[in-house]
Design a protein around this ligand. Structure first.
Ligand SMILES: [Zn+2]
Length: 177
């Protein structure tokens, strides 16, 4: 396994729409290795999610996991999940605004509105169909990664940029006590 280099904002790969994978591609050794490397890279940088285009592979793969994460203390746990070719449907118009960060936009946090509840349909790493409902922070992480796969970053989703903060100032003035 390997820790991969993370593309930062400004790299054109982050603005491209990623390509879906066939079942044969998902099951190939090279994609299985990429998934392992994405998981290792996400953990190395304490991310809660990582999209393949963030490691310079313009493919519809995202990984997510929320365990004990120093970047996101006090957040509910999300088991390690691999989403390939995901489709997302909002379950209501209800949104929630909360802080997000991104490994491709280091040292910044901003408040982003997201749908509270979504249905997620995707393939897992064995190319089996998965279909589940996600709420709250879990739904937020998936919407953030799904945006990456569609060439978007969280800054595009902010209502305005007035909450944008560097991490040190976020911790000093805005971190919930
Ligand atoms: Zn991100």
């Amino acid at each position: 396994m390997a820790i991969l280099k993370v593309a930062r904002l400004g790299h054109p790969v982050l603005r491209k729409i990623t390509t879906p994978l066939s079942t044969a591609e998902i099951q190939s050794a090279s994609i299985q290795r990429l998934i392992d490397d994405m998981i290792e890279t996400m953990k190395e940088y304490n991310g809660v999610g990582l999209a393949a285009d963030q490691v310079h592979e313009s493919k519809q793969i995202a990984v997510l996991e929320v365990a004990d994460n120093p970047r996101y203390p006090e957040k509910p746990r999300v088991p390690l999940t691999v989403l390939i070719n995901p489709r997302i449907t909002q379950l209501s118009e209800e949104t929630d605004e909360d802080w997000e960060g991104c490994l491709s936009i280091p040292d910044l946090r901003g408040r982003v509105p997201r749908f509270k509840s979504i249905r997620v349909q995707a393939c897992d790493r064995q190319a089996r169909e998965i279909d589940f409902v996600a709420h709250g922070f879990h739904a937020r992480v998936i919407q953030h990664e799904w945006d990456h796969l569609n060439g978007k970053v969280y800054l595009d989703r902010m209502r305005d940029l007035s909450s944008l903060a560097f991490l040190a100032e976020f911790a000093r003035f805005w971190l919930p006590a």
